[in-house]
Design a protein around this ligand. Sequence first.
Ligand SMILES: NC(=O)c1ccc[n+]([C@@H]2O[C@H](COP(=O)([O-])OP(=O)(O)OC[C@H]3O[C@@H](n4cnc5c(N)ncnc54)[C@H](OP(=O)(O)O)[C@@H]3O)[C@@H](O)[C@H]2O)c1
Length: 256
Amino acid sequence: MTAAPSTVLITGATGGIGGALAETYAAPGVTLILQGRRQDRLRELAAICTHKGSQVITKVLDIRDADALIAWLSDVSASTSPDLVIVNAGVNIDTGPERRGETWEDIQRLLDVNVKAALATVQGVLPAMRARNAGQIALLSSLAAYRGLPITPSYSASKAAISAYGEAMRTWLEPDGVKVNVILPGYVKSDMCDGMAGPKPFLWPPQKAARVIKAGLARNKARISFPFPLNFGCWLLGVIPSAFSGWILNRLGYSE
Ligand SMILES: NC(=O)c1ccc[n+]([C@@H]2O[C@H](COP(=O)([O-])OP(=O)(O)OC[C@H]3O[C@@H](n4cnc5c(N)ncnc54)[C@H](OP(=O)(O)O)[C@@H]3O)[C@@H](O)[C@H]2O)c1
């Protein structure tokens, strides 16, 4: 078991999963560093976590500004040395009604947040972690990383990128004592999930997802994927012939 982290940094803490993670880690002796864009939600969350005994630092930042993000993370790493960084902020887009397709503007925004900002977050915290030979980085991917969903091609691609990056970094960073974990959730109730197209089987409340993520990170699991059996089904879709998985996804309603 990994020692319980005493300083936890969460991006996208104003969202469904990020907020539930913040509340799950909140406890006396734990410092939380919470980033989001919505100041009012950050204040509300900080009050809840402070009430549970945590010290809370908040940061309002649009993470599409990668330079500002890395500068803030370098400062925060020097002043508070986070043990655990949860790279959670994300957005979703889909192909829209009547087979309209994704717009280039939306694709760029998605890649800026889901891929560029996620990797920039790692860049921002990694030098201090490597220098200490300690630290843990958890990257939010998705079960959509196993097999791209026709209804969310760019989102699936962004999460596959995060998954591949996390796996590679986990192995590369092992000699430095820095742990990396990839989290692949199924459907978890949140604003993003509410806005997602397609069926949402085995929907979990964010609190349950946060508990499972925390337990998986404590065990330093390479992949934390849930819920069973959706995780198994999605993994299987990724290994069977593409024509067959495509046929199944069409039949299940993940194309329109
Ligand atoms: N919910 C699901 O079913 C599900 C399934 C698989 C994977 N995931 C992944 O889990 C993570 C969290 O998702 P969620 O469901 O909790 O979504 P959510 O409730 O919509 O929260 C998204 C978070 O990302 C932040 N964010 C988005 N764009 C940002 C930007 N440009 N700058 C700064 N912050 C930004 C939001 O901040 P503000 O709201 O303050 O703008 C919010 O805190 C995402 O990476 C998502 O892809 C979710």
